[in-house]
Design a protein around this ligand. Structure first.
Ligand SMILES: NC(=O)c1ccc[n+]([C@@H]2O[C@H](COP(=O)([O-])OP(=O)(O)OC[C@H]3O[C@@H](n4cnc5c(N)ncnc54)[C@H](OP(=O)(O)O)[C@@H]3O)[C@@H](O)[C@H]2O)c1
Length: 256
């Protein structure tokens, strides 16, 4: 029986109740990790996934934690160590999307976007690192939107660009302790988030359907599935990525 890439590791996946996070939790469990599935509102989905993964032989736990709350984030990692005795890998997948024109933006919207997508990931990294020893892996989630010009996507794109800056800077501090920190920047991936927003990524006035736009936009022949994107997180969590830090791994090239 071949051994898994993450045998004996303990991993926390925020945003693990749905979409990319659920696929990452599944792949981590298949690779031998014990997995804590963090969720905000999807308690039922998170518990169902935990039960399914446990049924396949993994150790798994669903824990409610809003990453916009540093206290809840801190408690998520305390609970992980209490349950499984150590903390090796963070996959920070929780995120929210936003589109809006400049004159419609409010401080509340900016606080919400940066509170979840940027601060939420910063304090998840901080609290994960508090429990990690040498060999720890922190993987945050950016987006290919961070480097593109997308109509009325300012808050989201900025909140994700900040994540790429954070991993570059934190790689030095965490590197001193033998911990790597990187980000994955997915392109369009078939999840609830994409179903709601994919059509909005085209230039104004083009008028294409989501399917038409996506088929023009991406280098590969189909829109990514969450499982395909999860492979990038498995790579960054595993031994083969032991000397990669401060980097952002984009999952495919974007034609526009
Ligand atoms: N899908 C794409 O095309 C795409 C492209 C680029 C980047 N991304 C990024 O990839 C990540 C996952 O996206 P997705 O498409 O899988 O999104 P999704 O289907 O909308 O799922 C979002 C996940 O984030 C969780 N979440 C949201 N706010 C949270 C909070 N405050 N605290 C804790 N959990 C929270 C949700 O939990 P609950 O359901 O429990 O509320 C859910 O598990 C995000 O960071 C997103 O920005 C996605």
């Amino acid at each position: 029986m071949p051994s898994g890439k993450l045998d004996g590791k303990v991993a926390v996946v925020t945003g693990g109740s749905r979409g990319i996070g659920a696929a990452v939790a599944t792949r981590f469990a298949e690779e031998g990790a014990s997995v804590v599935i963090g969720y905000r509102s999807g308690g039922e989905e998170a518990s169902e996934l935990a039960a399914k993964l446990e049924g396949s032989g993994a150790r798994c736990l669903a824990v409610k934690a809003d990453v916009a709350s540093p206290e809840q984030t801190s408690a998520l990692f305390d609970r992980t160590v209490e349950a499984f005795g150590r903390m090796d890998v963070l996959a920070s997948c929780a995120g929210i999307n936003h589109f809006g024109g400049l004159q419609e933006l409010t401080p509340e919207m900016a606080n919400q976007l940066f509170g979840v997508n940027t601060q939420g990931q910063l304090f998840a990294a901080q609290q994960a690192a508090r429990h990690m020893t040498a060999g720890g892996r922190i993987i945050l989630t950016s987006s290919n939107a961070s480097r593109r010009s997308i109509f009325q996507h300012t808050l989201y794109a900025a909140s994700k660009a900040a994540v790429e800056a954070m991993v570059r800077c934190l790689s030095i501090e965490l590197g001193q302790r033998g911990i790597t920190i990187n980000a994955v920047a997915p392109g369009a991936t078939k999840t609830d988030m994409a179903a709601k927003n994919a059509v909005k990524y085209q230039p104004p006035g083009l008028g294409l359907s989501a399917e038409e736009w996506l088929s023009l936009s991406y280098a590969l022949d189909h829109v990514a599935t969450p499982a395909e994107v999860a492979g990038a997180y498995v790579f960054l969590a595993g031994d083969d990525a032991g000397y990669i830090s401060g980097r952002t791994l984009q999952t495919e090239s974007c034609v526009f």
